[in-house]
Design a binder for this molecule. Structure first.
Ligand code: GLU
Length: 467
């Protein structure tokens, strides 16, 4: 096989949505699998709808997902001269023709065709002599579609798909203002960029038949097509915002890790046996077009959450710390001090066991910040009333007497205190937990106290007694 070249070709009319991100991922994986190239082309020919913000959002989304493209991204609009050149070459070869019809004439002809139940082909000037047109009149260039026969595309995902040429209209390839249409630009660019495999959403399958005719007219090699089924919501309907049709940056904000996102998007339409957790390394090793599913994939937040939980558990504590740090600092409106950083760093592996999303992790880590007096919420507040307070005071005294602040010693101190007071262990542990956490989710209590340190622990207990 010659060197594989894939591309991702987003139109910068909005954020990088989840379907686009999956398309980018598959192109990236396929190129990496084959040691080929993965190119990025910004399809900005629609000047009215393309914005710089959208371009920035797409590039930022790709970077966040760590889908590195080769070379510099190509702006489609910058290649307009080349598109025009190809249109003129098709014209010179009789594969395309000048159409002088006005918008009104086209509209009337379309209505007439519809009224007769015919396909409208836009072919008003197909057989007319251009010298019929007034001198210097503006014209669009239309492709001369074959009228006979049919084309079969052997799509790597959809299998053999056949369309009768008679169903295709003489589409415009160059507008009367000299700008290329998407249909022309995409083919010329894919050809010039040496793209060997076009992997994209199956909403483009119909376009492939029209694009085929440009390849044929120019006698260029057709790329391999792989049209991937679109992503649906969990109810099988078109993906809505509520169901996850959001920009990639929204997933970053919700607290998903890029590797979890990649794993999720990979599985959303591709499979490797029953494997659910697939590292990026394995994905590169295994990715192929054969295992892309033919049915629409269903988006499912629960699955994404569970994968994210896995990757949070796998992540290095230092990395998690650097991700949650700025959020914590924003909430506190100050920088974390060294003690807080050290506590969080120690607590993270245990905290990561339970977190599904990064904000949850940040929330549980905030327990280790100096925020006295703690805000006491809900159940914790209920547990810290009446008889409990004297118990808490005595417990604070016992813990203050501990000379070696380690989990086993702390535990022994609490146990012997409970015994001496003739209290069930839970009756001592519960209020301590409530006073020290304020009602926040926390893991093993003794470990939490150990990490929190003796001074902070005693301080939090005494705050309650004094309250
Ligand atoms: N620019 C097109 C889109 O964003 C993709 C074109 C293609 O992949 O061929 O839908």
């Amino acid at each position: 096989m010659p060197k594989v070249v894939t591309r991702f070709a987003p139109s910068p009319t909005g954020f990088l949505h989840i379907g686009g991100a999956r398309t980018a991922l598959y192109n990236w994986l396929f190129a990496r699998h084959h040691g080929g190239e993965f190119l990025l082309r910004i399809e900005d020919t629609d000047r009215k709808r393309s914005t710089d913000e959208a371009i920035d959002a797409i590039l930022a989304g790709m970077r966040w997902l760590e889908l590195k493209w080769d070379g510099t991204e190509v702006s489609q609009v910058s290649r307009a001269d080349r598109h025009q050149e190809v249109a003129l070459e098709m014209l010179a070869q009789g594969k395309a023709y000048r159409c002088y019809a006005s918008t009104e004439e086209i509209g009337e002809a379309r209505d007439a065709a519809r009224a007769d139940g015919r396909n409208f082909r836009g072919d008003l000037w197909r057989d007319r002599d251009p010298s019929d047109a007034p001198e210097g009149a503006p014209y669009a260039v239309r492709i001369k579609m074959p009228r006979e026969g049919e084309v079969t595309i052997n799509d790597a995902v959809q299998g053999e798909v056949t369309v009768k040429n008679a169903e295709l209209d003489d589409m415009i390839i160059l507008r009367s203002d000299g700008t290329p249409t998407y249909m022309l630009a995409v083919v010329v660019d894919d050809h010039d960029m040496g793209v060997t495999h076009v992997i994209r959403g199956d909403d483009h399958l119909n376009n492939a038949f029209r694009q085929y005719q440009i390849y044929a007219a120019m006698a260029w090699d057709l790329p391999v097509y792989a049209h991937i089924p679109l992503i649906h919501g969990p109810d099988g309907k078109k993906l809505s915002k509520r169901h996850g049709a959001l920009g990639v940056e929204a997933y970053e904000e919700m607290g998903f890790l890029p590797e979890a996102m990649r794993n999720y998007l990979l599985r959303l339409g591709w499979s490797h046996g029953d494997d659910e957790i697939i590292s990026t390394e394995d994905a590169i090793k295994w990715f192929n077009l054969e295992n892309i599913g033919r049915g629409p994939a269903r988006f499912d937040f629960d699955k994404l959450d569970s994968l994210n939980g896995h990757y949070i558990r796998e992540a290095e504590a230092d990395r998690l710390l650097s991700i949650i740090k700025s959020g914590l600092e924003n909430t506190l409106s100050r920088a974390l001090d060294e003690t807080e950083v050290a506590r969080i760093r120690r607590a993270l592996p245990a905290l990561a066991e339970r977190a599904k999303r990064l904000p949850e992790l940040a929330e549980s880590a905030s327990l280790f910040c100096n925020t006295r007096p703690l805000e006491i919420t809900g159940n914790a507040a209920k547990q810290l009333t009446g008889d409990v307070l004297p118990v808490l005071e005595k417990a604070a005294n016992e813990l203050e007497a501990v000379t070696e602040w380690t989990a086993p010693v702390i535990k022994a101190a609490i146990m012997s205190f409970a015994q001496a007071e003739d209290l069930k262990l839970g009756k001592v542990m519960q209020p301590i937990r409530a006073a020290v956490t304020g009602g926040k989710q926390s893991g093993d209590l003794v470990e939490t106290l150990e990490i929190l340190g003796q001074d902070e622990t005693i301080g939090r207990l005494r705050d309650r007694v004094a309250a």
